[in-house]
Design a protein around this ligand. Structure first.
Ligand code: 6LW
Length: 503
């Protein structure tokens, strides 16, 4: 990594694009670490590193073994892992999350290196509520505060709680969904930062302060300190924030937001993404302006990471950390070790409708992109899919001698196109492009599926409206994930290209 001239550097929001919601951040010396929610995907809790708050590189996934992450088939999509808090205290990293799957609850993990390995979970059965926060006061007492403002003293090494939970600040009277609490000591005050208004268009950030970590808390007279509700701003749903200081001591928020496009109401397809916003302080209250699409140039050197490779040749013994699967990833169903330089998927569920589908994908992180893969369907059937959940997905699949474009939208399953192809490997392609701007009923984008001939000529087979793979249609907390799947038998993939074509 090299320092860059400020003028050459990309300073665009979101700083972590694609389905990366509920960011939590911590700083250790010159290094910043950030984690996000991961819901039904395995491995879970992506971990990012940065030196400049603007450029982030994924260094791992905190929850990467079944002992840490149980996501049973009975758990619906958008269940699983919610809203982590990441902190550094007493020489180690602390990560607390909720697994909303039956019998799981709040879980605490530690690591000396945030890239991993992370510990097995310490369970917190007495801490009831989602979005747990961790804060230590001067004498080392650890406070855990959850959505709605219940707070309890805990032993973070054992998960033991002391005394009943007490209620601290529950947000603005009448506002829905007070959640995502984070408690900080800054100067003379303890601050309790929360989200409220729900994670959709009404989302907001509010704050209160008190003289002790347990309150009483006085709400900021200017709450919410951040919201984009009711505006035409290109970034919407702003909320669920965490505070951090820049290398020069300036203050910043990381937060989630979305980028809706198309006509009314606007559809966002990449899920909730992580944005950065500058913060100033007036009368010991934080002041946050509009979350900008282009960030102000910071006062410190920018340190971009290496650009991500377009192609994955499956030449490593493990998949890179960007690859995620649905609920689990047993080696007997997903491996690069069976056929050298190929990813082999062995089917379990018979389609992407099934909770146990064998799938490996990566988040769609750009509004426009081109995705290609070379599949050898061998004796099986599989393909290239865009997945929002079991009920919302588009795919192109290959079996010996045939390709088909398929769509599942709610109760409707459609074979959009089919075509015979020569036996053997075939290149499947997906182009995601903006919808032509022609009025209030325009969708956000168009997904064109097809095959590529030997000379690279694209043969489109089906062009599908992107709105049906948006959160406004499907609901839920995730975003599009694009990847490879097996629906029958064993299929092999030679390579996978993800080429960004626009922010
Ligand atoms: C999360 C809550 C929220 O627990 O959505 O936007 C929920 N905020 O804080 C799932 O991400």
């Amino acid at each position: 990594m090299s320092e860059m001239r400020q003028a050459d550097a990309t300073m665009t929001n979101p700083v972590v694009p694609g389905f990366h919601p509920d960011p939590s951040i911590c700083r250790v010396g010159d290094d910043y670490y950030l984690v996000c929610s991961s819901f039904e995907y395995f491995p879970g809790i992506p971990v990012f590193h940065s030196r400049d708050l603007v450029h982030w590189t994924q260094i791992g996934n905190a929850l990467d073994r079944p002992a840490q992450l149980r996501l049973p088939a009975a758990m619906p999509s958008s269940g699983g892992i919610y809203a982590p808090t990441l902190r550094h205290h007493d020489g180690r990293f602390w990560l607390i999350v909720t697994n909303v799957a039956e019998g799981e609850g709040n879980l605490l993990f530690t690591a000396t290196d945030p890239a991993g390995p992370w510990s097995d979970p310490v369970r917190l059965p007495e801490v009831k509520g989602i979005d747990p926060d961790l804060a230590w006061d001067e004498d080392g007492t650890c406070w855990c505060t959850v959505a709605g403002g219940a707070q309890v003293r805990i032993d973070p090494y054992t998960g033991e709680t002391f005394g009943p939970a007490h209620q601290v600040w529950a947000g603005t009277p009448g506002a829905q969904a007070p959640e995502a609490p984070h408690l900080y000591r800054i100067g003379a005050y303890w601050y309790l930062l929360i989200a409220e208004g729900g994670t959709e268009r009404g989302h907001a950030v509010s704050i209160a302060r008190g003289r002790t970590p347990t309150g009483p808390f006085e709400p900021c007279p200017d709450n919410p300190v951040l919201t984009h509700r009711g505006t035409h701003r290109p970034i919407q749903n702003t909320g669920h924030a965490d505070l951090v200081q820049g290398p020069d001591g300036s203050w910043w928020l990381v937060l989630l937001g979305v980028r809706p496009r198309g006509g009314t109401p606007g559809w966002h397809v990449l899920g909730r993404e992580t944005f950065l916003a500058p913060v100033t302080w007036v009368d010991d209250w934080p002041v946050v302006g509009e979350v900008p699409s282009v960030l102000p140039t910071p006062a410190w050197p920018l340190v971009p990471g290496a650009a991500e490779e377009v192609r994955d040749d499956f030449d490593l013994s493990e998949l890179r950390p960007q690859w995620i699967s649905v609920r689990d990833r047993p080696a007997e169903h997903c491996t690069t070790k069976e056929r050298s330089g190929w990813l082999t998927l062995r089917a379990r569920g018979a389609s992407l409708d099934e909770p146990d589908v064998v799938f490996a994908g990566r988040r769609q992180q750009h509004l426009s992109c081109r995705v290609r893969t070379r599949i050898d369907p061998a004796e099986g059937r599989g393909g290239l899919a865009v997945r929002l959940d079991e009920e919302h997905h588009y795919e192109i699949e290959a079996a010996e001698g045939q390709v088909r474009v398929l769509s599942r939208v709610g109760p409707f399953r459609t074979v959009v196109a089919s075509r015979p192809v020569p036996a053997g490997p075939v290149v499947l392609r997906l182009d995601v492009t903006p919808a032509p701007p022609n009025g209030p009923r325009t969708g956000p984008d168009v997904l064109t599926f097809g095959i590529e001939e030997q000379d690279g000529t694209f043969i489109p087979l089906g062009a599908l409206d992107g709105r049906y793979l948006s959160t406004e249609v499907a609901g839920g907390f995730t975003g599009r994930v694009i990847g490879l799947y097996a629906a029958a038998g064993t299929v092999h993939f030679d390579w996978f290209d993800y080429e960004p074509l626009g922010l």
